[in-house]
Write a new protein. Structure first.
Lengths: 228, 305, 305, 228
């Protein structure tokens, strides 16, 4: 389903963030991506929805080479992937509600459906009462939950989350993980970059460890693996 | 998953774009205000200029229409010769009117135009030394010189005159002034276009990050562009309201105050209606067009994310 | 900890501001470019206008200077009367020159100004019906009417004339045109000022978050404002380069091409130097001033964080 | 040294983020601020360097009422407090080096001293080799470390950190905590809002727990206290 063949990514400033990446993730898997700060986790994730293009090698989604997608096909790719960005990437001028509904307006859902889906998902992340607030009026953890809501609202086939619990307290983090597991149970592939040893070691899943831009470990039901 | 996004838009999506476009006007309050203010200022300038230039143009055309050719007829010419000459002149395609003026009429004319000198000369009336003349007007005053030259070569024409020196100077002067005026208007409209779209470009630049986020969430270029299109249109229209009001109000005031005081003969304003409506429409058109053009062009740059 | 920040700046800090201000020009590449482009366009417009208006003003002044009062002397007046009249006229403070013109000179004058008609009248020379006259110029052409009226009331003045009708019209026309011109220039400069500072304001608005961060890190308002001041100054100067080059080059071309072709007598350009240098300085001044003013004013708004 | 007397903060949108806060922190203390997402931790912290003003009550720094500071005195207050913002607040147009040196230019340090101090602190957070990069070219964790470097570069009397390890792997987090402890050992008051149960429970310090805008616990050598 998602496959990388000998992928290398060198940014325009000459930093090689990834190299020699060969990985395959099947539909419905749940994968943790772990590794130290600056290892290349976010870059690894960005390749999948083509925020960045690989410098070398191939990234295949459903056997389509992502790098070769035509300009017009990219929106379609991205609509199939829900992403929680490490820096949230909320639209500052829009309210919480509008931020989440944007993902549905893009696929031209009916206003009625949009309303129901958005309220449901805001309820799920416990932000129903902040629907009319702007991102700047939210706490860090609240913003992160809006980003999560937007990522799952249109029931994507793939869900990618970059450090989705970095600004959340442990209790809330577990609630979010419960949501991710439910989403995964419905058949969605979940790929999650995280620094949370607690989560990785408790909810055992496949673990891909990246260090200095290379995959150094790839275990089913692995653990976080770094000593604290 | 890799299908292309269909390009046919659902009605509800158009509605969404209209709503978002209008909302953006409010959301980006300060930026919008600054953009609209730019449009307003520029269009006021364009409006004032248009009104002035169009009026000056009208006036100088009127002055020029007064320019007539006076072809003096040889004293030796008999009635037959005169008739033949008239026919010949009338054949010239540039001519609009031709009129015969006898020796006596000519002298009277000269005397009245001379004022004090003329009165002094009244005594020489009996000795009238002047010739009879044809007074000719051309359809396009610009042809005056050519026509005068042609007529001069005709038989029985002793000499040809067109306006006195000052009018002639004024004439050339007007011509230049008009070219300059047209040039200025064109330059001003182009500058306005550039300035407005530049302002809008900057406001959109400030939102380039937002556009990037929209693309990441799966929006097509068209989806992103539409609200900007609406926003640009609205900004252009909003920006042209004040200039239009000023032009209408200002011209009304001016016109009402000037129409009775024709202290300078050719200083007469173009009638209020439909002139102001036409100018208003031009301003609205420039505003709307440039608003749309400025925003759509600027968005394009950021759609290549 | 709660002392106020001292307001005396260290030399190295001024250096730092100069460096940062210049770097910002590059850092905000696109925004700077858009701002500078706005300044450039606006100043080109102002420059072209200035040159045209100043020239037209000069020309119309020249035309007006040609306006002279002709006071015809009573035929009955003897030499003594004439001398007395001359003294009386000379006493008027508005007068700049006075000249006597005899009957004969007057006739010659009339004949040459009449062209063909004049020749025809050569035969009546012996019967010269004209009066001798004083030809008077006023220091300020605007005083012509007043002076003429006064002279008319003097003894032995049979009548007074000042220019013919058309010149008189032109006169009024020029006066209006000049007011309009001054108004337009003022409006244009103000508009330019507004547009430029507006553009700069938007670019700074886009950086309001940065300004907020600087304040949070402990920067004083002055510390933040300085680089913006430098940046505004540089943008203003950069923006005036192209307009200045265009004005100098364009005027040089025009002047060189026009100076031999004096096809219209009073259509004569103001000499190249120092005129263009003055205009260039004005443009540079407007650019620099508005650049600084625009950015400092805009920053102020965001310093209240 | 830092004292809050019956402080209440209601944002302009009507949300009361804090109320009835009475707290005193002595010079040289190390305080964790914990609590669920949206509890008011960041607001609590923002009051100290006057990013926000209290709606009611008094915030005293060295017995000066922060709310009553004159406009001109605020920069002086802020220069004495190093802050790591939850959302980093780096200047996007400046390089890593320039971002850090900015805090020293503001106090008109000499160029030589600035250079030395900045390079030292970048070395400390392991970013010496990225000194010339712009924030956008850094990973989330790297950005966070730049924010930390800027906060400590001018050896402030007080250091405030809002979730400073949210984007860091456990190893790097511990390194940062070591730095904080050193800073604290040199006499700097450290106030740190965190969601890291691991850190709070291991490096025992004073813990202030906030829930729904109220202080619900204030213990010396407390623990994180929320079940995970
Ligand atoms: N847009 C970019 N341009 C240039 N270099 C970049 C860019 N993004 C990341 N890098 C560099 O690539 C490397 C890997 O970054 P990446 O964001 O993938 O790390 P990460 O594993 O997500 O780290 P973290 O856990 O801190 O988020 C880093 O050294 C970073 O400096
Ligand atoms: N600028 C603001 N304007 C309006 N409301 C705000 C603003 N900042 C925060 N709030 C509200 O105040 C409450 C407390 O926010 P705060 O940021 O202090 O929480 P927090 O404890 O830091 O949460 P987190 O752990 O998620 O960062 C939240 O409900 C939030 O919605
Ligand atoms: Mg990352
Ligand atoms: Mg917070």
């Amino acid at each position: 389903m998602i496959e990388m063949k000998d992928v290398q990514k060198t940014y325009h400033n000459g930093v090689t963030a990834l190299q020699g990446i060969d990985i395959k993730v099947e539909q419905g898997e749940f994968v943790y991506v772990v590794g130290p700060s600056g290892a290349g986790k976010s870059t690894f994730i960005r390749l999948m929805y083509r925020e960045v293009k690989p410098t070398n090698g191939e990234v295949l989604i459903n056997n389509h080479n992502v790098a070769k997608l035509k300009e017009k096909e990219i929106p379609m790719l991205r609509r199939g992937i829900g992403v929680v960005y490490q820096d949230f990437k909320l639209l500052p001028a829009l309210t919480v509600y509008e931020n989440v509904s944007f993902a549905l307006e893009v696929i031209e859902d009916s206003p009625k459906k949009i309303r129901r889906k958005v309220m449901d998902v805001l309820d799920l992340v416990n932000l129903k009462n902040k629907a009319r607030f702007k991102p700047a009026e939210l706490s860090g953890g609240e913003q992160q939950r809006v980003a999560i809501a937007r990522a799952i609202v249109n029931s994507p086939k793939v869900m990618i989350a970059d450090e989705p619990t970095g600004n959340l307290d442990p209790d809330t983090s577990w609630e979010i993980m419960k949501i991710f597991e439910e989403v995964n149970a419905r058949g969605t592939t979940v790929i999650m970059a995280t620094h949370s040893k607690d989560i990785v070691d408790t909810l055992k899943k496949r673990v891909i460890a990246i260090e200095h831009g290379r995959v150094v470990r790839d275990e089913q039901r692995g653990d976080y693996g770094y000593e604290s | 998953m890799n299908r292309e996004v269909t390009t046919v838009m659902k009605a509800r999506t158009l509605k969404r774009h209209l709503r978002e476009g209008s909302k953006n006007i409010l959301r980006n309050g300060w930026m919008t205000f600054a953009s609209v203010a730019s449009v307003t200022t520029t269009l006021i300038l364009v409006g004032v200029f248009l009104v002035i230039m169009l009026n000056l143009n009208e006036m100088s055309e009127k002055v020029e229409e007064d320019v007539q050719i006076r072809a003096f007829i040889d004293i030796a010419a008999n009635q037959e010769d005169i008739d033949a000459l008239e026919k010949e002149i009338t054949k010239l395609s540039e001519i609009s009117t031709i009129e015969y003026s006898s020796k006596e009429e000519e002298l009277e004319n000269l005397m009245s135009s001379l004022g004090a000198d003329g009165e002094a000369m009244a005594m020489v009336n009996q000795d009238n030394p002047l010739n009879a003349a044809f007074i000719i007007k051309t359809a396009d005053p610009m042809d005056t010189f050519d026509v005068a030259k042609k007529i001069k070569s005709f038989d029985h024409v002793s000499s040809v005159e067109y306006g006195n020196n000052v009018i002639q100077k004024l004439f050339t002067f007007n011509e230049y002034a008009r070219y300059i005026g047209i040039g200025l208007i064109a330059a001003l409209v182009l500058t306005a276009a550039f300035l407005i779209s530049n302002t809008i470009k900057i406001t959109i630049m400030a939102r380039s990050e937002e556009i990037g986020i929209m693309k990441l969430v799966g929006a097509t270029n068209g989806f992103i562009r539409w609200p900007f299109f609406i926003e640009g249109l609205l900004m252009g229209i909003l920006g042209s309201i004040v200039p239009i009001i000023l032009v209408i109000g200002g011209y009304y005031y001016l016109y009402e105050n000037m129409k009775d005081r024709t202290f300078v003969p050719f200083f007469e304003l173009i009638p209020f209606s439909p002139f102001v409506w036409q100018v208003s429409l031009i301003l609205l058109g420039i505003g709307a067009f440039i608003g749309v053009w400025g925003s759509v062009m600027s968005v394009r740059k950021f759609l290549k994310v």
